[in-house]
Design a protein around this ligand. Structure first.
Ligand code: GLY
Length: 398
């Protein structure tokens, strides 16, 4: 019988979060394995548009305020993260610092946009109110019927598929082991400590620390006691990839409107997204969602009629009850969650990786931002675990 493999860190899920976490853990010296049930970077992360837009995504409420705090910090990390990936992997991840325009089509939407403007200003966020003529000076292709715009000059974008390729390469070069087509059948634990995983083919792998980064599938991982589980639900998003045969120039900034967004890649390609649907794990593309995206975008940017459709894709965002992420220690020793990023997985990848790497490092401190994304906020109170148990850092046991 062959000896069981054992790693300091096993990451379940090879999307942007899992790869970023594995890269950072390996850089700090941990032997690290990524287990991916399909192929790395071929799930939800690949469908994502790539907006880095904490200001545009800001919403009212306590959990949204915590999410904003996380988003602003991660947005700050992105330029260095992108530069490091370029340096290590030799891949340009397409960071475009274009800013974002939030648009109103009619009087009702304009009233709502004024409310959103005042809200962002009250938080000290950098936003500017633009009259339609000012917005059209910046983006001449916008429809003259447009009523109002807000500019968020610090909300940018990256190309998630390039990020995934770069992360994969950086992981390989750093010595992370990547196992594809390796679905996890069950998480193993020894009392109140995780001990590893068993794969669908029966192979057991030992882990000192287990990071669950399986996105919308995180809740389905078998083997965890009830009090150690966290609630994550799939939220379906349908998204179109378009291309202008005339080349770049139709639109420079990301534009957002009620019902969607259009993101220019700077080379004549555009991403038009996205539906937000509560349909469980259903992945079927639908005519209705595509119709609504195109109709809404066309009202603001008639020129999109000339674009060619390159791809329609469907992804499942990992939503949580408050739609803020789950990053940090779970209810079992050695268990960490890095999931529930909902609409912000690309934005929050550098920060998530940094927070988890800090927790995994025996010499690491507990970063204050962890209190904004505490997984145990949803845990079942249970003897010896769950909500009663104070979060702790997960120093690797040797
Ligand atoms: N981040 C945008 C979306 O989830 O559609």
């Amino acid at each position: 019988m062959s000896e069981q493999q054992r790693f300091d860190v096993v990451v379940v899920g090879g999307g942007i979060i899992g790869l970023a976490v594995a890269w950072r853990a390996r850089e700090r010296g941990a032997s690290t394995l990524v287990l991916e049930r399909g192929e790395t970077g071929q799930g939800t992360s690949r469908v994502a548009a790539g907006m880095l837009a904490p200001v545009a995504e800001a919403e009212f409420g306590d959990s949204a305020r915590r999410l904003l705090e996380l988003g602003l910090r991660s947005a700050e990390l992105w330029p260095a993260f992108a530069a490091e990936l370029q340096e290590r992997a030799g891949i340009d991840v397409g960071l475009l610092r274009t800013g974002t325009l939030l648009l109103a089509r009619d009087q009702d939407e304009a009233r709502e946009l004024e409310r959103q403007l005042a809200f962002r200003q009250s938080l000290g966020l950098r936003v500017e109110r633009l009259r339609p003529s000012q917005a059209r000076e910046r983006e001449p292709a916008l429809a003259p019927s447009m009523r109002l715009a807000i500019e968020a000059p610090e909300d940018h974008s990256v190309e998630p598929r390039a990020v995934l390729a770069a992360l994969r390469r950086a992981c390989e070069l750093a010595g992370v082991q990547l196992r594809e087509h390796a679905p996890v059948a069950a998480i193993e634990h020894d009392g109140e400590d995780v001990s590893g995983v068993v794969l669908a083919d029966g192979e057991a792998i030992g882990a000192s620390a287990l990071v669950l980064a399986a996105g919308a599938w995180s809740e389905q991982l078998a083997g965890l006691p009830t009090h150690a589980r966290v609630p994550v639900r799939p939220v379906k998003g349908q998204i179109l990839r378009l291309r202008d045969p005339a080349g770049p120039g139709l639109l420079r900034r990301v534009v957002r409107f009620q019902g969607g967004y259009l993101l220019p890649r700077g080379d004549g390609r555009y991403v038009l997204g996205a539906s937000v649907e509560e349909r469980g794990f259903e992945l079927a593309p639908t005519a209705g969602a595509v119709h609504e995206l195109l109709r809404d975008a066309h009202e603001l940017l008639p020129g999109i009629s000339e674009l060619e459709i390159e791809e329609l894709s469907v992804g499942l965002r990992p939503g949580t009850p408050d739609n803020a992420p789950l990053i940090g220690a779970g209810a079992l020793g050695g268990l960490l969650w890095a999931t529930g990023h909902y609409r912000n997985g690309i934005l929050l990848a550098p920060l998530t990786a940094e927070l988890i790497a800090e927790l995994l490092d025996p010499a690491g401190a507990r970063p204050p931002l962890l209190s904004a994304c505490e997984p145990l906020r949803f845990a079942d109170p249970a003897p010896g675990g769950g909500a009663d148990r104070a979060p702790s850092s997960v120093a690797l046991r040797s």
